[in-house]
Design a protein around this ligand. Structure first.
Ligand code: SF4
Length: 214
């Protein structure tokens, strides 16, 4: 575990749900507060640790999944294991790497038996995601799978209907383009066609990222 020297006042600010200006904090400060979080029952339902997020703090692209699984809970990092390896492959196939992006989940603690996070758990965890959004301030957001997409867009539409579509996104003062795509675990289950669709979605994101810099 990383040891961080963080003042008590900075820690208190990061843990407070009231408005916190991004310039007043950093991901390291917010992470240090988040790893102590007990704001919902997922803290008591068997988590090994809080899986905060990983990647570049100034990434153009923020990738958002549902929540940690068993391997992520053990490693303390999002998207490890087979789904994580596929995510890395999809990024690299589109000319990006994990070092180019920031990866987070809607909830930071593993739900028991990999059940879906519940609405009050998502609400309790949303200030952490808001802070990640504010600090990273991405131009592009990729949601992985139905759950993250529905949570971030507030839609009931299924992922197969809206994957690869560009949506305007505005939350916590962040304005970005959001592209939903399939969850890597679903791609692993559904074979080549799903892989091609997901690869196409990441290529779209990569093109948009390149356009930001031309
Ligand atoms: S899921 Fe989020 S709100 Fe709930 S205990 Fe974990 S970090 Fe805190």
């Amino acid at each position: 575990m990383n040891c961080l020297l963080i003042s008590a006042s900075a820690l208190r600010r990061a843990m407070t749900n009231s408005a916190l200006q991004p310039e007043h904090t950093s991901l390291a400060v917010v992470r240090a507060a988040a790893v102590l979080c007990t704001n919902c029952e997922l803290a008591q339902l068997g988590r090994t640790q809080v899986v905060f997020g990983s990647g570049r703090s100034d990434a153009d692209v923020l990738i958002i999944g549902e929540g940690p699984g068993a391997q992520e809970d053990a490693a303390g990092e999002p998207f490890v294991g087979r789904s994580g390896q596929l995510l890395t492959r999809l990024l690299e196939g589109a000319g990006m790497s994990r070092n180019d992006v920031y990866i987070a989940n809607v909830v930071k603690c593993r739900p028991p038996n990999n059940r879906d996070p519940r609405p009050h758990e998502i609400a309790a965890c949303s200030p952490w995601l808001d802070r990640q959004l504010q600090i990273v301030n991405p131009k592009l957001i990729v949601t992985l799978g139905n759950f993250a997409t529905r949570s971030m867009l507030g839609t009931k539409l299924g992922i197969t209907k809206i994957r690869g579509v560009e949506f305007g996104f505005h939350r916590a003062g962040v304005v970005a383009t959001l592209v939903p795509t399939l969850h890597p675990a679903a791609v692993l289950r559904n074979g080549h066609r799903a892989f091609e669709q997901s690869q196409g979605d990441f290529e779209l994101v990569s093109r948009r990222m390149q356009e930001l810099h031309t």
